[in-house]
Design a protein around this ligand. Sequence first.
Ligand code: F6P
Length: 319
Amino acid sequence: VKKIGVLTSGGDSPGMNAAVRAVVRAGIDQGLQVYGVYDGYLGLYENHIEELTRRSVSNIINRGGTVLGSARFPQFKELSVREKAVENLKAANIDALVVIGGDGSYMGAKALTEMGYPCIGLPGTIDNDINGTDYTIGFFTALNTVLEAIDRLRDTSTSHHRISIVEIMGRHCGDLTVSAAIGGGAEFCIVPERGLDEADLIAKLKAQVGRGKKHAIVALTEKVTDANALAQKIEAETGLETRATILGHIQRGGNPTAFDRLLASRMGSYAVDLLVQGEGGRCVGIHNDQLVHHDIIDAMENMRRPFNDKLFDLSIKLA
Ligand code: F6P
């Protein structure tokens, strides 16, 4: 391996820049030439590829987002599109690719690997929903952002004796919500893995109101239900004013926390080590603070990330 590429794809996450920087600098340190692919798989298809130097990744370790740009590019599912992408990589003599992103990005990396083009996947998403890793790059930064928001909502909802529903990102994964519910001291935690029993939630809220409680925070993962409609129902049933706050893309931005900078730096450098050792078709994870790697196809097809029931139970116990 002499030349490698790096791209960020799908929803951005804080720490992606730190990962890009690590791939570039660790790669150059090992005598490789490193190329940045702009705007994810779209840039690969459109041949938007440039060599990166140590200097090109100066002053980015602290920055949110991704300097390489990112895109959702569903057309990458088409074989002819992927063939064009591989053609572009081969024309530039790039031997292997590091893909930093979430589920969709891993799908692309898996497909390229299946076409005989070696890829290494690094988990970059705030959702923490990637097989083969305890944590993804960006999760803890997003968690801090959510906690800050919940703290602020607590101030105003206690002042106004209101119930506050906080809608948190995660796609189909409740990890961000559960951790935010514990850290933010939310009274209720509703996640896709456990579903929503609306009648039960309202009965419990009513019971709390009956005991004199005048405010509550409900942490809710996006897509489980319509947060505003739920707020209206709760208000009608409990008699307490209820507001829904949809945190949205605020959760994706911001400077990465110490943990995410370290995780991204470790994973980026590890990806280069794997490529230099001749490994391809792998995805990198962290398990019990040790860097690990798995077959990317096996990780996507066969590995599962069991929902952390204990953490969910804790959110209820401490509420
Ligand atoms: O995967 C990251 C994520 O932020 C999810 O939490 C969310 O469902 C989705 O991306 C939003 O996607 P978009 O930025 O394309 O609206």
